[in-house]
Design a protein around this ligand. Structure first.
Ligand code: SPV
Ligand code: MG
Length: 432
């Protein structure tokens, strides 16, 4: 009896999956692989059910003889243990981001004479509806909100990119790359930065753009995306206001707010000690955290305390004292910020913090120490890395250059070669 293997990475079974099983049955014993959570995330398919639930679902299908876990998106683990005679898949993997996966599987099978069977991809109204429903489910506030906590458990480091509009949200949502080793990767979540949200509106980063406006930016992003959102909540404002904002944010489906331990007129941290900035007392900031935690209704929402001691040159001991106090007051995570050109003080903080607290998530923003890699950060116990402003900083010089070129040329022709073709921009956004 031959063995036919197929990998499923879905929470819902539709006509396409049934079609694959029916084809597979004709060739032999059908083994279905359940792609692990960790790999599903990297392939842009965030699971809405657990691995156990998916395994049970696949087991219940007519025609399936065995279900196994697949822990590698490139199939190395399952092919080396099962040695299937055939790997069967929808022919959509011949194109797009999964093409490299198919090529890798083919190489593995060629080594012992295994074969790929490409089944014409089923795309009908039922499949379209199921896909749409899944997408909608992921964008619902209760699913989106808890996704950050799930990601912290599922992946060694959660990769967060800034978004400050619908279109930048779409870039974070949809950008997928194929790495040199053939694996796919993508961002896990979005950061709604006070710097970018303010700069986009031509305003300084001094808590001038009010919470109603910040919520409008979040709503714009949420309308077209499904990934979780972390809000840069600046100082959190008055505690009496913060508690209302916590309720609003969690109701919207925001996963976390990060508030920084400053008081008075807040300026951007990257100014450091060049401008007057006052750190809040430990006692007052703990009260704000505790009030926020008391106000929130769901278990999913996270209030993360951001420590500015290293930015304001108050020393490592002060940073650590604050970190432990903020966690005790109820903070769900700690963000430690630095504007040094290398990550030494961040590593030192993380190592010392982790000695006493192995679990509380650590968040970092490597804007100035940008040589650091995600693997290095994860090795020091960091759970979330935020790329806080790079999309905005990439767009601004491109726009400025184009404005200058048109002004200088007294026409638009000279700028055209640097621009996205008109046909592409009008087709960029999917209509419902
Ligand atoms: C932001 O992105 O607005 C931040 C991070 O708060 S930083 O600009 O580095 O202070
Ligand atoms: Mg900010």
């Amino acid at each position: 009896m031959k063995t036919v293997y197929t990998c499923f990475c879905t929470d819902v079974i539709h006509d396409g999956h049934i079609n694959i099983i029916n084809h597979a049955k004709e060739y032999g014993r059908v083994v279905v692989g359940c792609l692990s959570d960790r790999e599903m995330i990297r392939c842009t398919k965030f699971p809405t059910t657990s691995e156990e639930e998916r395994v049970a679902l696949y087991r219940s299908l007519d025609g399936v003889d065995e279900v196994v876990m697949q822990n590698d998106m490139l199939y190395d683990d399952v092919i080396s243990t099962i040695h299937p005679d055939y790997v069967i898949h929808g022919d959509n993997w011949k194109e797009g981001s999964e093409k490299s996966v198919r090529e890798h599987v083919k190489k593995l099978l060629d080594e012992y004479g295994g074969q790929i069977i490409d089944v014409p991809y089923t795309y009908n109204e039922n499949v379209r509806k199921v896909d749409q429903k899944l997408k909608e489910k992921l964008s619902m506030s209760e699913y989106r909100r808890k996704r950050l906590r799930q990601l912290i458990e599922m992946t060694p480091i959660v990769k967060v990119m800034e978004a400050h509009s619908g279109i930048t949200g779409l870039i974070v949502e949809k950008t997928v790359v194929e790495e040199d080793n053939g694996r796919l990767d993508q961002f896990d979540a979005m950061w709604v930065s006070s710097l970018c949200d303010s700069t986009e509106k031509g305003k300084p980063d001094i808590e001038l753009v009010d919470m109603t406006s910040r919520q409008r930016t979040i709503a714009d992003i949420m309308e077209v995306t499904t990934k979780p959102i972390i809000l840069d909540g600046d100082t959190g404002g008055l505690t009496e206001h913060f508690v209302y904002n916590v309720r609003t944010l969690e109701r919207m489906g925001v996963s976390a707010v990060i508030i920084e331990d400053k008081t008075g007129l807040k300026k951007n941290s990257l100014f450091g000690t060049e401008v007057v900035q006052t750190q809040e007392t430990i006692e007052n900031f703990c009260e704000k955290i505790a009030a926020g935690k008391k106000a929130q209704l769901s278990d999913d929402f996270m209030i993360i305390a951001r420590i500015e001691s290293l930015i304001l040159e108050k020393g490592m001991e002060d940073a650590l004292e604050r970190a432990f106090a903020f966690v005790k007051a109820g903070a769900d995570g700690i963000m430690i910020h630095s504007r040094k050109k290398d990550p030494a003080e961040i590593f030192e903080f993380c190592d010392l913090f982790r000695k006493q607290d192995p679990k509380t998530p650590i968040v970092v923003v490597p804007t100035s120490y940008n040589q650091v890699t995600e693997d290095e950060l994860a090795a020091h116990g960091v759970n979330i890395v935020i790329y806080a402003n790079q999309l905005l900083r990439a767009a601004f010089p491109a726009m400025q250059k184009t404005a200058e070129l048109i002004l200088r040329s007294h026409r638009a022709l000279e700028a055209d070669s640097q621009l996205m073709p008109f046909g592409d921009i009008i087709r960029l956004i999917d209509e419902l």
